[in-house]
Design a binder for this molecule. Sequence first.
Ligand SMILES: *[C@@H]1O[C@H](CO)[C@@H](O)[C@H](O)[C@H]1NC(C)=O
Ligand SMILES: *[C@@H]1O[C@H](CO)[C@@H](O)[C@H](O)[C@H]1NC(C)=O
Ligand SMILES: *[C@@H]1O[C@H](CO)[C@@H](O)[C@H](O)[C@H]1NC(C)=O
Ligand SMILES: *[C@@H]1O[C@H](CO)[C@@H](O)[C@H](O)[C@H]1NC(C)=O
Ligand SMILES: *[C@@H]1O[C@H](CO)[C@@H](O)[C@H](O)[C@H]1NC(C)=O
Ligand SMILES: *[C@@H]1O[C@H](CO)[C@@H](O)[C@H](O)[C@H]1NC(C)=O
Ligand SMILES: *[C@@H]1O[C@H](CO)[C@@H](O)[C@H](O)[C@H]1NC(C)=O
Ligand SMILES: *[C@@H]1O[C@H](CO)[C@@H](O)[C@H](O)[C@H]1NC(C)=O
Length: 901
Amino acid sequence: MRLTTAVAGISLAGSLVSASSSPEELVLKAPSDGASPLNWATSPPYYPSPFAQRAIDDQWAAAFAKAEEFVGQLTLAEKVNITSGIGWMMGPCLGNTGDVPRLNFSGFCLQDGPLGVRSTDYISAFPAALTAGSSFNKDLLYERAKALALEHKHKGVDILLGPVAGPLGRQAAGGRNWEGFGADSYFSGIACGITVKGIQDQGIIANAKHFIANEQEHFRQYSEWNRHWGYEDMTAILSSNIDDRTLHEVYAWPFADMIKAGVGSVMCSYNQVNNSQACQNSYLLNNVLKEQLGFPGFVMSDWGAFHSGVATVLSGGDMNMPGGNITPNPPEGPAYFSSNLTLSVLNGTVPSSRLDDMAVRVMAAYYLVNLDETRKEVGGPSFSSWTLDDIDNLYNGEGPVAVVNKHINVRTDYSDKIAEQLAVEGIVLLKNVDNALPLKTDDNIRDLYYDGKALRKIGVLGVAAGSHPNGPNCQEDMACSDGGVMASGWGSGAVKFPFLYTPIEGINARAIPAGIQVDYETRNNAVENNWKEFDRISSESDVVIIVAGASAGESFLEVDGNIGDRKNVSLWYGADEQIKRASKLNSNVVVVINSVGPVDLEQWIEHPNVTAVLFSGPQGEFAGEATAQVLFGEVNPSGRLPFTIAKDEKDYIPILDTLIPEDHGAPQDNFDEGLYVDYKYFDHHDIEPRYEFGYGLSYSNWSFSKLSVKLAGKEKPSEHLPPPPALAPVPNYNEAIPSPEELVFPKDFQKFDKFLYPYIENVSQVTEGEYPYPEGYSTEQPETASLAGGAPGGNPALWEVAYTAKATIKNEGPYGGAYVAQLYLGLPQTDEFQSPIRQLRGFEKISLEPGKSTVVNFDLLVRDLSVWDTASQSWIVQRGTYTVYVGSSSRNLELKTTFTI
Ligand SMILES: *[C@@H]1O[C@H](CO)[C@@H](O)[C@H](O)[C@H]1NC(C)=O
Ligand SMILES: *[C@@H]1O[C@H](CO)[C@@H](O)[C@H](O)[C@H]1NC(C)=O
Ligand SMILES: *[C@@H]1O[C@H](CO)[C@@H](O)[C@H](O)[C@H]1NC(C)=O
Ligand SMILES: *[C@@H]1O[C@H](CO)[C@@H](O)[C@H](O)[C@H]1NC(C)=O
Ligand SMILES: *[C@@H]1O[C@H](CO)[C@@H](O)[C@H](O)[C@H]1NC(C)=O
Ligand SMILES: *[C@@H]1O[C@H](CO)[C@@H](O)[C@H](O)[C@H]1NC(C)=O
Ligand SMILES: *[C@@H]1O[C@H](CO)[C@@H](O)[C@H](O)[C@H]1NC(C)=O
Ligand SMILES: *[C@@H]1O[C@H](CO)[C@@H](O)[C@H](O)[C@H]1NC(C)=O
C-alpha cells in the first residue's frame, strides 16, 4: 500500500524517501536559491534505545525495582500484550492494551483527555488548558489537574492523555492550540509540570503529548489529508524541520519539565521531524527524549502514528496505540505490534532485551504512581467509550453482551468549584475605558417613579451569547457551527457537557434580582440581513454586551471550512460587523470574546464606544456564569493573555495549508523563525502588537517596586554543566528466545475478528534471514550519560537555583483582587548565541486587599540562564550580563536590574 511503503522507507534510513514513484529525486533535492536552509532537513540515526533504569532518580528507583520483578515473571506473549493496543473499539477505553490473565493483571485503559473524561457521562466539562493557562495561577493549575484526574480515576482510567505541550502555539491559527496552556516554552513547562504532578498524585499516569513539533493539523496524517480531505497530491506527512537549538530551547523545553515532574508516558506525534516520522525518529526518541531529557517512562504512539514495527521499536517506540494501522481512518487493520512484535523477537530481529525495556518502562510508570493501589480502590473502567447504552457487545459488534456502562457519577462539588474558578480566573480584561466595567447596579432602580441615571437596561447580542440550537452537546466531539456560547474547541479534546451556562443566563441571574431589564437577540444578523431587532436593542440599552468567539479543533472534523486549523483569525458569525454597527448606535459597547487563540480586533478595538473587552479561551460548563461574575464585579479579573494578539495578521506564522510543486507533495514546514516564537518574534522584529503575551488589566491599580537579585549559593554557575551522575550498569536481561511453538494461538482460543493478539498462527511465520537494519544501528549501550542528561529532566545541575529575585507588589486600589507579577530575563547577546531580547522566567499570582503590599519571590534555575550549545550537545551558562525585568506583561515591565556572571 502506498502509505505503508512510503513511511516505512522514510523511517529506515532516516532519509527523505517519500511515496513518490521516484524517491531519489526527492532525496537529492538540495535547498534551491532562497530556500530555507532547513528545507529537506534530515535526522541522523541514533541507536540503540537506552535502557530506562540506567539514569533514574530517587522518585523512580522503587518503581523500577517492582517493575523489573513483575516483568521478570512475564512470558514473551505477556510482554507483547502490555505494550500492544488490542485494536480500535476492542476495549472500553479509547486505547486498551492486552491483559496478563495468568497474573490477574488487566491491560491499561487510556482515555482522552486533557479537558475531561471524553466519550462518557456524569463527568465535568472543565475549561480548556488555554483558559486554565490564562489564569497564570499555579495553585489553581494544580487543583485543575487534580480534579480532572480524580474524575478519570473514578471512571477507571489508568492513563489520562494529557497534558499538551505540543502544539505550543507557534502558529496562531493552529487547530489544537487551545488544548495547551500558552505559546511560551517556559510558561507551558511550568503549567505542564504542575499538571503532571496534579494528575499523578491521584494515582493515575499522565501523558506528555504530542512529541514533538505537532504545531498544525494540516497534513498531519496521510489517509486523513490525502484521502479524506482530498489532497491527492500529498505524498508524505508534513515535516516540521527544526534546528537543534530551537528544538531544545523551544519545543522540547516543556517536555523536560514534565519528565522532571515524573511523567510516566510520552505520546509521539503524527508529524515528521526533519523528514522522519516523529514516532520513528531514532534521534528524537533515543537521543533527545530518552538520553538528553532522561525520560524513564514509555513512549506511546498517537492514534495510528506508528508506521512500522521493527523500525519503530528500534527507534524507541514502546507502546502501540490503539493497535492497528491508520488505514483506514479511524484506525483499524493490520498491526505493527501484537503478533508482529512477537514475530520480530522470535526471528531475532528485535533484541528481546528491547522488549524487556519496553515492558519495564510501562510497568515502572504503573508502580511510580501506585496504580496497583488505585486499581484496588476503583476496580477497572466502568464505562464504554463507544455507547451510552447499558449493555453492548464487548468487541465492536462481536463478543459477549455485557454491562458496559454503569453510569457512575464522578462529578463532585470539588470539580464544580475548580471548573468555575478557572473559568473566572481565565478571563482577561483587555480594555476598560473610564471604568466601564464592572457594571454598576443600583439598589433603587425598582423604586416607583425611579428617575436616576443607573444602569437599567442591558442589551445582549451576538450568536455566542446564547445556546446552540441543538443544545450544549450540539455535535459529536463538539464540531458545532450555527452559534451558541463557544465553551470548547472540537476533536478528541472535547467532552460531553453535563450542563452549560450561557452568557445570557449568567447575566439574567444577576440583572433580574437587581431590577435591570435584559433584552437580547442571538441571530447572525449579517447572514440573515435582518438588523431590525439588533438596531433597536443597540439604541435602547444602557449597555450593549456583544458575545463573540472563534473555534478550532482536530482535523478529523471540519467546521465551516475550518479543517482543524482556523482558516482565518477573525471572529466567527459576523461579530465584527455587529460590533461596528452597535458602536454607531450606543456609546457603551462591551465585547466578550471566547476564542481558541488570537483573533483580529482591529476593525473596532480603538472605537471610543467600545468601552470594554473581555477575552478568554473556551471556558467549559461554567462559561456564561463566569463571564457574568466578572461583568458585575463579583470577581476582579486577573487573567493574562497566554499569547500575543497582533495588529496585523501577517505577523503571525501562517499555517502551511497548500501543497507546492517544489515539495513534491511532501510538505516542508521550516521553522525558520527559530527561537522567535510569539512575543519573542514581535520583540525581535520590533513589531508593536495589539496586546502582548502576559497582558491583562484589573479593576484595581497595582504597582511594582524594589527589585533585587541575589546569587543563591556560594558560587556563580559554571559555564559548562558538571558531569551528570554515572549510569547504572546495563540491566541483565535474558536474551534467550523462546521456542516459537509456545507462541502459537492456544488450542481452542476464541478469537474475535478485529481483536489483536500476541500470538502467531503457526511457526512457519517465523522467517529467517538478514534484516536490513537502518544505517547507524547498534546494540552497544553507552558507557557514560550524555552531558545534558543523566537523570529525568536532564542533568540534575540544570534544576539547581542559581539566583533569586524579589520585588514588592502593591494593590493601589480601589478593589481587592489578584495580579500577576512576571519576570523576564535578557541573556547576554554574543556572536555565537543570539537570543530573544527577553524571555519569561518567572510568574506569580498575588491576591491583595486594596492598600496592601507584599514581596514576590522568584527562583532562577541554572536552566533558566542557559542556552543550548549544539557543539557540545549540552547547556551553557554564558559569561556576561543578564538583565532581569519584573512587571505586568512582556512589554510593560516596570522594574529592571542586571547581574553579571
Ligand atoms: C534537523 O535538522 C537540523 C538542520 O540540519 C539540525 O540542526 C537538527 O539537529 C535536526 N534535528 C533532528 C531532530 O533531526
Ligand atoms: C493477551 O491479552 C488478551 C486480551 O486480554 C488475552 O485474551 C490473552 O489471554 C492475553 N495473552 C496472554 C499470553 O496473557
Ligand atoms: C504484520 O505485519 C504485516 C506487514 O505489515 C501485515 O501484513 C500483517 O497484517 C501484520 N499482522 C497482523 C496480525 O496484523
Ligand atoms: C521478523 O519479523 C518482523 C515482524 O513480522 C518483520 O518485520 C521482520 O522483517 C522479520 N525479520 C526477518 C529477518 O525476517
Ligand atoms: C484480581 O484483581 C482484581 C482487581 O484488582 C481484584 O478485585 C481481584 O480480587 C483479584 N483476584 C485475584 C484472584 O487476585
Ligand atoms: C473566518 O472564518 C469564520 C469561521 O469559518 C467565518 O465565519 C468568517 O466569515 C471568516 N471571516 C473572514 C473574514 O473570512
Ligand atoms: C457613539 O455612540 C453614540 C450614540 O450613543 C453616537 O451618537 C456616536 O456617533 C457614536 N460614536 C461613533 C464614533 O460612532
Ligand atoms: C486607578 O486608576 C484609574 C485610571 O486607570 C484612576 O481613574 C483611579 O483614580 C485610580 N485609583 C486609585 C485608587 O489610584
